[in-house]
Design a protein around this ligand. Sequence first.
Ligand code: SPV
Ligand code: MG
Length: 284
Amino acid sequence: MSKAAQLRELLERKEIARIVGARDALTALLVEEAGFDGVWASSFEISASRALPDLGLLTMSELLEASSHVNRATSLPLLADCDTGFGGNINVVRTVDMFEAAGIAGICLEDKVFPKRNSFLGGGQNLEDPAEFAGRIEAAVRARSGSDFTVVARVEALIAGAGLDEAVRRAHLYADAGADAVLIHSKKTEPSEIREFLRAWQGRKPVVVVPTTYPHWDLAEAEAAGVSVVIYANHALRASVSAMRDVLGEIRVAGGTGGVEDTIAPMKELFGLTQVSRWEERSA
Ligand code: SPV
Ligand code: MG
């Protein structure tokens, strides 16, 4: 089964699927090893790994390159975060051409004005005109060459404070335009507005959520409420920042690495993850 078909199955199956943000290929390997269902190429993580804020600074080709590295490292399907689509309809068309040709299973586009700001940043969030964004979704759907390549429309109305009715209205417009699924995003610390959205939506198309600010929502309850996919978007990056800070601080204070040696992954583990023997056998 192609990766695009795998992602489509995750969206359409009854059981909720869990996909995890990865900024690079090694992270994708660990996501797969941990037993998750798919990978999210997060614009936040990829930006942060370059010490850049998630403000729409990365170009299409930069996100494509990072997403391609992630995709090649895993047999899991990859949903690529393509922010607002890098411009107008014509840029969205090329984005679909390039991401699909790279074997990436699908893309997610969000209905904000370029350059977008990360959804959790304080300050203003500028929503795109919904008809304009629906046109972008339609262009993306028309541009794909295989019918399994997935186009997810991300609704930012709740993030921007535009309310539930506006979120539902936009989601229907994007579904009418051919989106395969909608991602409804919220920055509330509990899932009440997501539950309200799901009740109003009545399962018209699969729904994806990113429970970063409401991490205690029970998975079985989310499934029963009608969620198809949850994205743990940034946890691998945040875990590695904490781990690196701890270890670097300890080394600095101790004046050597002896104290941390047993707490960090041995070199042998990295040789295993990077498949040294497989590469040597292939080239012998
Ligand atoms: C990302 O991970 O890049 C996302 C999700 O788009 S969020 O950070 O919640 O905006
Ligand atoms: Mg993003």
